[in-house]
Write a protein that binds this ligand. Structure first.
Ligand code: RB5
Length: 148
């Protein structure tokens, strides 16, 4: 079965639940690492938890969420092997897969998106990496992990 790992901080409980429901409705097996309440937690901890699970294998991709999506996506992108996109809309979500080959997608629970989060998620899921010239660029992104 297609598996997804989901994690969020207290600023994104509602959007994370929405994501989990949608993924389950689409037939994914979802490992939701929480949090489930508004009690304050630190988003780098939730990013680390989800990325560690993902890197352990067996997951198609991961979804992260915090108040803005910014802190948790920055945190995830510090971890070797993770490419976490923070799309503004459905088009960007599609491009995150087609051009960037992202393995994580992030959302902001306190952000008013012009497109429903479910549609952004679908755009990410239902497209494939195009490879070609984009592969060279993604390889360059990954090479930055051991440079500079
Ligand atoms: C938590 O209050 C908030 O800072 C966090 O959810 C996120 O928006 C950070 O980028």
């Amino acid at each position: 079965m297609r598996r997804v790992v989901v994690a969020n901080d207290h600023g994104a409980v509602e959007v994370a639940n929405k994501v989990v429901e949608h993924l389950k409705a689409r037939g994914f097996e979802v490992d939701h690492l929480g949090v489930y309440t508004n009690d304050s937690v630190d988003y780098p901890d939730k990013a680390a938890e989800a990325c560690k699970k993902f890197l352990g294998g067996g997951y198609e991709f991961g979804v992260l969420a915090c108040g803005t999506g910014i802190g948790i996506s920055i945190s995830a992108n510090k971890i070797n092997g993770i490419i976490c996109a923070l799309p503004q809309n459905t088009f960007a979500a599609e491009m995150a897969k087609c051009h960037n080959n992202a393995n994580f997608i992030a959302f902001g629970g306190r952000i008013e998106y012009c497109d429903p989060v479910e549609e952004m998620l679908d755009a990410f899921i239902d497209h494939d990496f195009e490879g070609g010239r984009h592969a060279k660029r993604v390889d360059k992104i990954m090479a930055l992990e051991s440079q500079i």
